[in-house]
Design a protein around this ligand. Structure first.
Ligand SMILES: Nc1ncnc2c1ncn2[C@@H]1O[C@H](COP(=O)(O)OP(=O)(O)OP(=O)(O)O)[C@@H](O)[C@H]1O
Length: 596
């Protein structure tokens, strides 16, 4: 319903983001109208000069005065136009900024699933390119458009004052050009949605190609990713050429006919002059007035294209601007400790019951305890962890922290309460020092170093040429996955949230790395409610509670010794793990320890 309202009102939706810039927009409109109307004054001055000349009353002084008046009017036109565009560009970039901030803000407050259903390419295309495309029509169309509407109207009034027949004659080509324009809009409008889709598909393919360049290089250009990439580019070219060709004739005709005011004005003006109905000077003014309309009408035609593009872009943007947001209370809730309790939690990523992946999870994680989630791949471990951090909302049941439903906590409160360390540790484009400091922007350098030490990062960071000041991008290429995860853990140590959720990385299984990660996790988890999604059972064998998840249900839970006795599945997983671990240790050339 709201979406529909916005769609029918795309311009007011856009102006809704002009908060603080409306004054500038109005000023630019007024300045532009004055500028464009001033452009007519020199024509009037020339008319007066011709009139005086024909009447034989034109002295040097009079000609000088009219020339000066024409020059002054022209100066006003140039100056006011400059001021108008300065104001309009300022206002347009403010609106672009507001739109970009609003879309990114929506992403922050929307469920993660709604954000990730759009590809990075599509999102980049909308936030960067599409929004940027609004600027030229917005900065020029609004102020100049008003002036270019006023000018033909004033010119037409002047023509009508001279002789109504000449005014009418100036409009002779309009009906035909309107028909051609309507046809152009009809043909091209149908394809605008497809154009957006084709453009988004190309952007997605390019981003995917660049992101996956390592894999593509490994598999050669023949891989499907390269084919997808080149196909998207070819499709886009073919589509745009076809689209432009389909409107070429009608568009060119409309562009040619619309401003052809002279086609009627000149013969009718000459006839009227010949018959004595208007003077030769008035005939000259009629010609000049007609010509002054040409530029404005041509501009209006170009603007009409810009308006349509802007309309489609804003409508396209509305799917992001109206994304559903996670509800949150205005005020932070009062938590009673940091126990976590899941009560009959059901969840489906699509919201449909047939796709349910969690089927009634009941689980308690007492404050300060260490809980591990284990089980076969696809059993729902990551889903449970992400629901606690409220990346999504449960579709049934509830999750409470300190006795408060996570939906009743503000998003900031939840973010401050829960530290989530994912497998794919993301480092931002800033120094390693700043990457760690993200956990607590107030932290001093000393505190950052202490956190890095506790997370076992100090040693490898010190070995880098620029140490903590190494840019993460540069260092990222040299750091191992385990080292990156320890940097993320250092960030979380600094954050010091009472609940820690850790998706244990699967890839870094060499014993030395594992040992360091274990020590860094121990530093992070001290006194916290800790939940670990475990892929290597040896890392969680001392957990207070090991929860075995299978097919979205809790199959068994308890301490390691209990589970080994009560759950055949866990016992099998443990045996398989011991075997793999022994193999990994023997490959690394060390003795196999009995205590895995
Ligand atoms: N974003 C998503 N959209 C739709 N389905 C998803 C999504 N993420 C996971 N799933 C599905 O939910 C189920 C549980 O996945 P989940 O990642 O929670 O399992 P897991 O136990 O953590 O697996 P693994 O050990 O392989 O990481 C799987 O069937 C998976 O395909």
């Amino acid at each position: 319903m709201e979406d529909k309202k916005l769609k029918s009102n795309w311009f007011s939706c856009l102006m809704g983001y002009a908060e603080g810039s409306k004054g500038k927009l109005w000023a630019s409109v007024v300045l532009s109208v004055v500028s464009i109307v001033s452009g007519i004054v020199p024509y009037y001055c020339v008319y007066k000069m011709i009139e005086e000349f024909i009447a034989g009353t034109a002295g040097m002084k009079l000609l000088f005065v009219w020339s000066l008046a024409a020059l002054a009017a022209y100066a006003v036109k140039v100056l006011f136009f400059g001021l108008s565009t300065a104001f309009s560009h300022n206002a347009a970039y403010n609106i672009l900024e507001q739109l970009r901030l609003r879309v990114t803000d929506r992403f922050m407050h929307a469920p993660l699933g709604d954000v990730t259903q759009h590809s990075i390419g599509e999102i980049k295309n909308v936030i960067v390119d599409k929004i940027e495309n609004i600027e030229p029509p917005l900065a020029h169309m609004v102020p100049e458009g008003a002036g270019h509407v006023v000018l033909p109207v004033v010119s037409l009034i002047v023509l009508a004052v001279i002789d109504w027949r000449v005014a009418l004659a100036s409009l002779i080509t309009l009906p035909l050009s309107f028909i051609c324009m309507a046809l152009t809009f009809k043909i091209s409008g149908k394809n605008f949605v497809k154009y957006n889709e084709s453009n988004a598909a190309m952007s997605s393919a390019i981003v995917e190609y660049i992101e996956g360049i390592e894999v593509i290089k490994a598999f050669g250009r023949e891989g499907t990713s390269y084919e997808k990439f080149s196909k998207a580019i070819t499709d886009y070219r073919q589509f745009v050429i076809r689209w432009l060709s389909s409107t070429w004739v009608t568009m060119k005709l409309a562009f040619a006919l619309f401003p052809s005011t002279l086609l009627g004005t000149l013969p009718v003006g000459l006839l009227l002059c010949y018959s004595g109905a208007i003077t030769p000077a008035e005939t000259a003014l009629c010609v000049m007035m007609s010509m002054s309309m040409v530029g404005s009408l041509a501009k209006l035609e170009v603007f009409s294209e810009g308006i349509r593009e802007m309309q489609y872009t804003v409508e396209n943007l509305q799917q992001f601007l109206t994304m559903p947001e996670l509800t949150e209370p205005v005020q932070a809730a009062q938590l009673n400790g940091h126990d976590i309790q899941l009560t009959s939690v059901h969840f489906s990523y699509t919201g449909e019951q047939k796709d349910e992946v969690l089927h009634g999870i009941d689980l308690i994680l007492p404050q300060g305890s260490f809980t591990a989630l284990v089980g076969p791949s696809g059993g729902g471990k990551s889903t449970v962890a992400k629901l606690i951090a409220r990346f999504w909302d449960v579709t049934g049941g509830k999750i409470e922290i300190g006795g408060v439903d996570v939906r009743s906590m503000t998003l900031k409160q939840l973010a401050d309460t829960v530290s989530f360390v994912a497998q794919d540790n993301f480092l931002f484009r800033c120094s390693l020092l700043e990457n760690i400091r993200l956990g607590n922007p107030e932290a001093s350098d000393k505190e950052v170093y202490a956190a890095a030490k506790a997370a076992q990062c100090d040693e490898f960071i010190s070995k880098l040429e620029n140490g903590y000041n190494t840019p993460a991008g540069e260092a990222g290429k040299r750091l191992s996955g385990g080292e990156k995860q320890r940097i993320t853990i250092a960030r979380m140590i600094l954050k010091n949230a009472p609940v820690v959720i850790l998706d244990e990385a699967t890839a870094f299984t060499d014993p030395e790395n594992e040992n360091k990660i274990q020590r860094s996790i121990a530093a992070l988890a001290k006194g916290k409610t800790l939940l670990v999604i475990a892929h290597r059972l040896s890392t969680i064998k001392n957990a207070d509670n090991i929860v075995l998840l299978k097919n979205g249900r809790i199959e068994a839970q308890g301490k390691q010794a209990e589970l080994l006795r009560s759950s055949a599945l866990y016992a099998d997983m443990w045996k398989a793990h011991i075997g793999a671990k022994a193999w990994a240790v023997s490959v690394s050339g060390k003795e196999v320890s009995a205590d895995v």
